[in-house]
Design a binder for this molecule. Structure first.
Ligand SMILES: [Mn+2]
Length: 393
């Protein structure tokens, strides 16, 4: 009798939940009931999942982003979690950012007033890959010792050990980039829209290469406190601070528009000046002073996006936002956009008729920082919904 009651409870649970795996409860049931439960699970279509879900009910902690019922096969948008923060220069910890976002996400409401039925597109967020998480931890230890060596005035040319450490780290970062390229290529090939969830800001490079194989030209709208245009920062070829130096080697990327920048160096300013208008910078100061001078934020957003081509990639470093929204990110800087301003800017891209072809969300602090995860989850959901809307998903 107890077994049948459990089975009914589980069936009811499954009906609205439809997880990707099995639960310990399932294995407590007599085997004939398990088969019924599991077959019910595996044959549910995407439409049935939509019909069976009450979007106003409490968010389920089923291990999925916002407790959504979709799996990778039926989701229109797949989020690739990249647990990597080897080259960070200030606070480490973003390698568990994807996990932090995932765990904070059930408290979000599915309803999005900008895109009311957005959740029906189907979002599936991959769990973090333990191989890369462990590799990141292992390499981070090496990187910390190496950075300390540099900070103590060490000269790499004169130190064989430091040279060898750097080479090992650069090789690991290259492997990570290739993995992101392969995984995102496979997802694009089966027609998925893809978002990358870092990790530090070095992680989307492989995805940008995958997109360049699909789109002849596209622009990047980068929301970030930093320009990330340094060449091989601290010797790291694939540093988080070098992501756009590396990205701009991809010829298909015809425009880079940086928004919210408020911590940059002379070298980067010169790179912009020499870029022949390929890079355009909207510093936080320029935006805020534009508003102080009576300009409307809507006009500013229209101007910011006006040079973007039809296909747009969004690179969202959480530190582009004001630090009260990301207090534990790797390199927080005072100033920055608030949540609504960032959303409005991305909405302006969609309203203009441009298509968002992919995005990354990086530098969200890792586990143990609930508020950072909470904000990260909200930014991530908005990016998914607006990307889906722009692509008529
Ligand atoms: Mn960045």
């Amino acid at each position: 009798m107890l077994g049948i009651t459990s089975a009914l409870v589980l069936l009811k649970f499954r009906k609205s939940d439809e997880m990707g795996g099995t639960t310990p409860v399932a294995w407590c049931l007599p085997s004939h009931l398990q088969i019924k439960v599991l077959s019910k699970h595996f044959i549910m279509t995407k439409q049935e999942k939509i019909t069976n879900l009450d979007p106003s009910s409490v968010g389920l902690k089923n291990g999925h982003f916002i407790g959504l019922p979709f799996n990778e096969e039926d989701a229109g948008i797949v989020l690739l979690s990249v647990p990597w923060d080897v080259t960070v220069s200030y606070n480490a910890g973003t390698s568990t950012g994807p996990q932090n976002i995932l765990e904070a996400s059930p408290q979000l409401d599915l309803y999005d007033s900008d895109v009311p039925d957005a959740w029906k597109m189907g979002i599936y967020m991959r769990h973090i890959d333990l191989f890369w998480l462990n590799k990141s931890k292992e390499m981070r230890k090496e990187a910390e010792a190496y950075i300390q060596f540099l900070e103590n005035g060490g000269q790499i040319e004169q130190d064989e050990e430091a040279k060898s450490t750097l080479s090992v780290i650069n090789k690991a970062c290259l492997q990570l980039k290739d993995w992101v390229f392969q995984e995102s290529t496979k997802l694009l090939e089966v027609g998925k829209k893809v978002g990358i969830v870092g990790g530090d800001h070095s992680v989307p490079l492989g995805f940008l290469k995958a997109l360049a194989n699909k789109y002849e030209n596209f622009g990047i709208l980068q929301i970030d406190a930093h320009q990330d245009l340094r060449e091989a920062y601290e010797g790291f070829t694939y540093s988080h601070a070098s992501i756009f130096h590396n990205a701009l080697m991809i010829n298909n990327i015809t425009k880079l528009i940086q928004v919210g920048v408020r911590d940059h160096c002379q070298e980067e300013t010169e790179v912009v000046a020499k870029s022949n208008n390929r890079i355009e910078v909207w510093t936080d100061q320029k935006i805020q002073e534009g508003k102080y001078g009576g300009g409307t934020y809507q006009d500013l957003c229209d101007q910011i996006i006006s040079k973007l081509p039809h296909h747009v990639y969004i690179s969202f470093d959480i530190d582009g936002l004001s630090p009260y929204l990301c207090p534990n990110t790797g390199t927080p800087v005072p100033g920055g956009l608030n949540f609504s301003e960032a959303c409005y800017l991305v909405k302006t891209v969609v309203k203009s008729g441009r298509e968002i072809i992919g995005f990354d969300l990086c530098e969200v602090a890792g586990l143990g920082n609930e508020w950072d995860g909470n904000v990260g989850a909200r930014v991530l959901y908005k990016l998914c919904n607006l990307m889906g809307q722009s692509a008529n998903l």
